[in-house]
Design a protein around this ligand. Structure first.
Ligand code: CTP
Ligand code: MG
Length: 224
């Protein structure tokens, strides 16, 4: 096991536009806001020393109160995010205390993370400078043209669905953001990819879904 301290950035500044504008991060599940579940698991990981929570400006106080209520002692700051996910990550990254060499980024909309998988992705992130949890795709995936006809069938053995947490070398990720922030990235390893840095896939668990649309709400019963 690699032994370095990690600062986690937990993202909770989304609008939930694919869920009738419900801010998923605050959705009450078993009387607790969804963000509670990620914070609880991350707090249990010894390597993770500090946590920064990124939320919308209007929710900073509300979020701070949640953190106080559940006594998440590792949370050092609750800050405002930006319009895009990557803006929120960048805001968080700028607040990471200098002593940390590695950061972990996690979507609060993924409440089912397992401690073991978090530790594994941390281990790979430290070893390879960039790592992400992922799982092999289960469905056959095809590339299509603009008219909806199949161009080709992709090799499923080479395809993975990317999850969070993702772990990266802080200075490399910061350099990536400084250079490429004018492009749109849907995950953080893509920025490292643009820098020519290879990301290691840490195979995780299919249960680590992102709550995105109302169909996903049925999975929340597993938290209860
Ligand atoms: N997120 C964020 N800042 C943004 C956008 C998203 O911190 N500007 C966070 C969300 O709170 C979520 C995670 O990034 O925990 C993944 O984003 P997503 O599932 O897309 O959530 P939303 O952006 O809230 O949903 P939607 O895209 O449907 O609006
Ligand atoms: Mg979004």
């Amino acid at each position: 096991m690699q032994n370095k301290d990690i600062c986690a950035i937990v993202l909770a500044a989304g609008s939930g536009s694919r869920m009738n504008n419900i801010k998923k991060q605050f959705l009450k599940v078993n009387d607790k806001p969804l963000i509670y579940y990620s914070l609880k698991t991350l707090s249990c990981c010894d390597n993770i020393k500090n946590i920064i929570v990124v939320t919308k400006e209007e929710d900073v106080e509300y979020t701070t109160n949640i953190i106080k209520e559940y006594n998440f002692k590792k949370v050092i700051k609750t800050i405002k995010g930006g319009a895009l996910r990557q803006d929120s990550v960048y805001s968080g990254l700028k607040c990471v205390p200098e002593e940390f060499e590695y950061v972990l980024i996690h979507d609060s909309a993924r409440p089912f993370i397992k401690k073991e998988d978090v530790l594994n992705v941390i281990n790979d992130g430290i070893k390879y400078n960039s790592a992400t949890l992922g799982v092999k795709v289960k469905d056959t995936v095809k590339e299509i043209d603009n008219d909806g006809f199949v161009n080709k069938t992709l090799d499923r053995d080479k395809l993975v669905n990317i999850q969070t947490p993702q772990v990266a070398n802080k200075s490399m990720l910061t350099e990536g953001f400084n250079k490429f922030n004018d492009r749109i990235f849907t995950d953080d390893t893509s920025i490292l990819e643009a820098m020519g840095i290879k990301t290691k896939i840490t195979f995780g668990d299919y249960s680590n879904i992102k709550i995105t649309t109302k169909e996903d709400l049925i999975y929340l019963k597993d938290l209860i």
